[in-house]
Design a protein around this ligand. Structure first.
Ligand code: ZN
Length: 111
């Protein structure tokens, strides 16, 4: 049921004319998904929230590199965070882009 609704949404919103702002956001979206580190971070956050530390440790990256990418993704509103004491917990903030990522991963592995 949920998947049917998502498909419907895609077709209903489909349009032949793309205004400048739409083109900009779409290209920014693919830009966000065009970096291997960002792909790994988003893939990690699509299941549950994680602290910056957990992300860095799980992916074997430096905290500063993870923080840099999280700021990039936050600016595009693809992730959000909540603060607990001094710890920031990040989670995904856009199911459309998460679906795009999942589709791309399926595409890469369906052979
Ligand atoms: Zn495919």
């Amino acid at each position: 049921m949920k998947e049917e609704q998502q498909h419907e949404e895609i077709f209903v919103e489909g349009t032949s004319h793309l205004d400048e702002e739409t083109l900009f956001v779409v290209s920014q979206t693919f830009k966000a998904l065009s970096d291997q580190t960002r792909i790994r971070i988003l893939n990690l956050l699509c299941t549950e929230e994680h602290s910056v530390n957990e992300i860095a440790e799980t992916l074997g990256l430096s905290q500063s590199s993870v923080s840099h990418q999280l700021r990039f993704l936050k600016n595009l509103r693809l992730v959000k965070f909540r603060r607990e004491g001094t710890t920031l917990y990040y989670s995904e903030d856009d199911h459309h882009v998460m679906n795009l990522l999942k589709q791309a991963i399926k595409h890469a592995t369906h052979h």
